[in-house]
Design a protein around this ligand. Structure first.
Ligand code: NIG
Ligand code: FE
Length: 398
């Protein structure tokens, strides 16, 4: 059975052919089998009807970088930062990623599932219809597999699509020497996770005090052999060539880039690697220096935006808020930030042929907004969910 959406005031979509945002006024959308069949002034077919009640329609948002599989919170660290402690100081005091690891390891599969489900469910209210989700708070074979199985189960349970990333290389657990842990990742974790088809991507926190260039390269080259495509946490706190590694190794995305330099920018600009900026994290960590999105775009990089939702460095889920920060702090235009949470985010997930545009054959994932113009999306800071009238996922009203 087909469905049509009527009474849409304006459709906004990126147009990759003209590199502009297209606006279709008073058009209708016909949907069949979860996909857009046609977009026309008027569709004369007898079928199910969704009444948009004069709303603006955009593609559903795509969040290409999240860490939602955790239990508990780290609100105490927020307070410690305000009292002058850095992310690094907190790690040395036993907090940071390692404290989330402790709580995840102490939780059963069901407890982790319930908590993570609560972490993920609200994304849909902010218009996210597809998200990438990383493991990375287990850091043992058993707990990484538990985390990825939780993602699998939540993906089955919720309407939004969740694409799993293995992030065993998020930190070095206390019981291992670094070298031993890299061996464990390459020799046990990656083969088992690939064999069980639990992840699509493999990510590494390539950063001083975590995984250096050589170790990151070894992990990502191994993941490639097992058909897990590389992504990299790059140039977040210290520059040591992580974005160049991402470009050279053919990573789909290099993420953070707060401290990237010209060499790194050139490497990304001359590669297919998407430059993903995460301004919510910079804001949440109360750092001065945001990723220079303007420069990345001007130098020819493909720039996506994501939330980086996680218990330590960013609890923002709303991609409308991330658009706001990208415009206000990273120099992106309204159109570039809209592109960053739709089509360019899809590119970083290799979904650009089916997600991120309002176009024939694309997935029928939409947000219906109670607004008049595109600029109202970032403008209604913190209340984008109240401006979202309806979310349509796979052609169905949620
Ligand atoms: O992307 N940088 C590494 N990972 C997360 C932080 C994780 C944590 O602090 O729990 C990030 O910011
Ligand atoms: Fe991250």
């Amino acid at each position: 059975m087909k469905t049509k959406i009527i009474n849409i005031s304006k459709i906004y979509t990126w147009n990759p052919d003209s590199s502009t945002v297209d606006i279709f006024k008073n058009h209708e959308i016909l949907i069949e089998n979860n996909k857009i069949l046609s977009i026309d002034k008027s569709i004369n077919e007898k079928c199910n009807v969704i009444d948009a009640e004069n709303c603006v329609l955009t593609p559903g948002f795509i969040d290409s970088h999240t860490h939602p599989i955790f239990i508990g919170n780290r609100a105490n660290e927020f307070n410690m930062r305000l009292n002058g402690k850095s992310y690094d100081d907190i790690k040395k005091m036993g907090g940071g990623i390692l404290s989330s690891i402790k709580s995840l390891r102490n939780s059963s599969f069901d407890e982790l599932f319930e908590y993570s489900l609560k972490n993920i469910k609200p994304f849909i209210n902010f218009g996210t219809t597809t998200m990438e989700a990383k493991s990375g708070y287990g850091l043992s074979v058993k707990d990484e597999i538990k985390s990825l199985k939780v993602i699998q189960k939540i993906n089955e349970e919720l309407c939004l699509d969740i694409i799993p990333t293995f992030l065993g290389a998020h930190d070095i657990p206390k019981e291992y020497e670094l070298k031993e842990y890299v061996d464990l990742i390459c020799e046990e974790m990656i083969p088992q996770i690939a064999e069980q088809k639990l992840a699509v991507f493999c990510d590494v926190f390539c950063e001083e005090g975590y995984f250096n260039i050589k170790q990151s390269e070894r992990i990502l080259e191994t993941s490639k052999k097992y058909n897990l495509k590389p992504r990299v946490h790059a140039d977040e706190f210290n520059y040591f060539g992580a974005s160049e590694l991402a470009a050279n190794i053919g990573a789909l995305s290099a993420d953070h880039l707060m401290v990237i330099n010209d060499k790194g920018i050139n490497a990304l600009a001359n590669s297919k690697t998407v430059a993903t900026i995460l301004p919510g994290t910079t804001f949440f960590l109360n750092k001065e220096k945001y990723a220079n999105g303007r420069k990345l775009i001007d130098k020819g990089c493909t720039v996506a935006l994501a939330s980086d939702f996680n218990p330590g460095t960013c609890t923002i889920r709303s991609l409308s808020n991330i658009m706001f920060l990208a415009m206000q702090k990273c120099g992106l235009s309204l159109e570039e930030s809209f592109l960053g949470v739709t089509y360019n985010a899809a590119r970083s997930l290799q979904k650009e042929d089916s997600l991120g545009l309002i176009r024939k054959k694309y997935k029928a994932d939409f947000i219906l907004w109670n607004i008049n113009n595109l600029e109202e999306i970032p403008y209604w800071f913190d209340s984008s969910n109240t401006k979202i009238s309806k979310v349509v996922k796979n052609g169905k009203l949620q």
